[in-house]
Design a protein around this ligand. Structure first.
Ligand code: NAD
Length: 439
């Protein structure tokens, strides 16, 4: 099939490359010429394991191209995926819909033949119906243009696997106007459906809410264990052992129960806020007030991490602090709302010299926090440090051994903001090891 993908960021570039991998002819569309130039040259503009190979293989096979031209895209296909950003509005909880709206406003007037726009971005419930009206009004093909919603659940760091082998596919269709969306989606995902990947077809509002609810649940699970970790700290208990013990209960499950400095990134924080804002607009304000607490618990972990660093140094004024990790999670270079960089920034504001190292996120970190100092290795970042903070659980940091750092640091003090290290070897080597929610 011929497919376009609007937006070639983390979601869109992955989706475009993976749809070509499934054998479709794909045209990726973006407004950022620098991003397009990289993609056309077979370079992924961000770090995502395995994606560059898929991109290059499909460009070489002639199945994958990129363009800035909406006209070319409109002429190219009848299946259009929409994967542009929906960031938090400045000073508000609500999502900024200007990028999503602009795609439909620009694309629809060029659609002279029937087409389906499949939204993938995470949007406030009601968006698909609104965009459907807009598209039908603006398109020369009128009612021949449909809008359906196919929310995306991929995780950065596992994006290729999650796109080619998702846990499930969800498709919201306009029940009031039965059209071709389901049939075309079944064609696009035929290979995945043959592999018996669950395919749930719903109305538009349910599909939009599935995504918002999934993210709200994940955020809640993380904040739950972080709240328990606050109690563990007060009581002298160990939250990692507790998480293992409650995680054995299948109703609870061990995943997403890792206490630490909390969640960040371009999705969970802004998605739970947008969900609260939308529920308020719909008159269901009370329903999601607990998400405000989920957000508060999450932000409090960052402050707690700063406090622990201050306690370790006596005062942060004039202290040297090594920060290992800047990405919001390992195997990604994404630093949007990264807890690690937020903590690094707060510590610097309190007068410390902060040295940051991350295996993949250095360029993005420098762009966002230009006043922090950056080192080219973990060892270099730790030189002369009064305390070492592990803030992203990269494999490289989990593999660190105290012997490697013993002679480099000024004080043998380590705070593990992700509870990802085994305290024992560090303590045996004379280090003061602190985890979050651990004695
Ligand atoms: P991103 O910022 O990495 O990418 C957005 C892209 O859209 C950019 O390349 C931008 O240049 C492009 N764009 C903006 N306006 C455009 C326009 N008018 N026409 C064409 N392109 C345009 O964002 P992302 O992380 O890929 O997220 C996109 C959406 O997917 C968001 O709604 C997000 O919540 C959702 N989502 C993201 C992930 C993830 O892991 N990143 C997972 C699931 C869902």
């Amino acid at each position: 099939m011929r497919i376009t993908v609007f937006g070639t960021g983390y979601l869109g570039a992955t989706h475009a490359a993976c749809m070509a991998e499934l054998g479709h002819e794909v045209l990726g569309v973006d407004v950022d010429p620098a991003k397009l130039a990289k993609l056309e040259a077979g370079q992924v503009p961000f770090w995502e394991p395995g994606l560059e190979e898929v991109l290059q293989r499909n460009i070489a096979a002639g199945r994958l191209r990129f363009t800035a031209s909406y006209q070319e895209a409109a002429d190219f296909a009848e299946v259009h995926f929409l994967g542009v950003g929906t960031p938090q509005k400045k000073g508000e909880f609500a999502a900024d819909m200007k990028y999503v709206d602009s795609v439909v406003e620009t694309l629809a007037p060029l659609l002279s033949k029937p087409a389906v726009i499949f939204g993938k971005s995470t949007v406030p419930v009601g968006t698909a119906e609104r965009l459907g009206r807009m598209a039908r009004e603006l398109a020369p093909a009128g009612d021949g243009v449909e809008v359906a919603w196919n929310p995306e659940f991929l995780r950065e760091g596992f994006a290729v696997k999650d796109t080619l082998h998702p846990d499930r596919l969800v498709l919201g269709v306009d029940r009031a106007r039965p059209g071709r969306a389901e049939e075309l989606a079944r064609g696009v995902y035929a290979q995945l459906l043959d592999e018996k990947i669950p395919f749930l077809v719903t109305d538009l509002a349910t599909a939009e809410l599935v995504k918002a609810s999934a993210n709200a649940f994940l955020a809640t699970k993380i904040s739950f264990i972080n709240a328990i970790s606050e109690v563990c700290e007060a009581a002298g208990a160990d939250v990692t052992v507790l998480a293992d013990a409650i995680g054995h209960d299948e109703r609870i499950g061990r995943k997403f129960l890792n206490a630490g400095i909390g969640f960040g990134g371009g999705c969970l924080p802004k998605d739970i806020r947008a969900f609260m804002a939308r529920a308020g607009e719909l008159g269901a304000d009370q329903a999601l007030t607990f998400l405000r607490e989920v957000d508060n618990i999450n932000m409090r972990r960052r402050t707690r991490m700063v406090e622990l660093a201050r306690e370790a140094c006596g005062s942060l004024l004039g202290a040297r602090v090594a920060v290992l990790g800047a990405a919001f999670k390992p195997d990604s270079d994404d630093v949007r709302d990264s807890p690690a960089l937020n903590v690094a920034g707060q510590i610097q504001l309190q007068g410390a010299a902060v040295n940051v190292y991350d295996p993949k996120a250095m360029e993005n970190s420098r762009a966002l926090f230009p006043t922090l100092s950056y080192s080219s290795s973990a060892l270099e970042a730790c030189e002369g440090a009064d305390v070492v903070l592990v803030l992203t659980e990269w494999k490289e940091f989990k593999a660190l051994r105290p012997e490697a750092l013993d002679s480099v640091v000024r004080e043998k003090k380590l705070i593990d903001g992700r509870n990802c290290l085994d305290p024992e070897p560090w303590r045996s080597a004379g280090w003061i090891y602190r985890g979050l929610g651990r004695p």
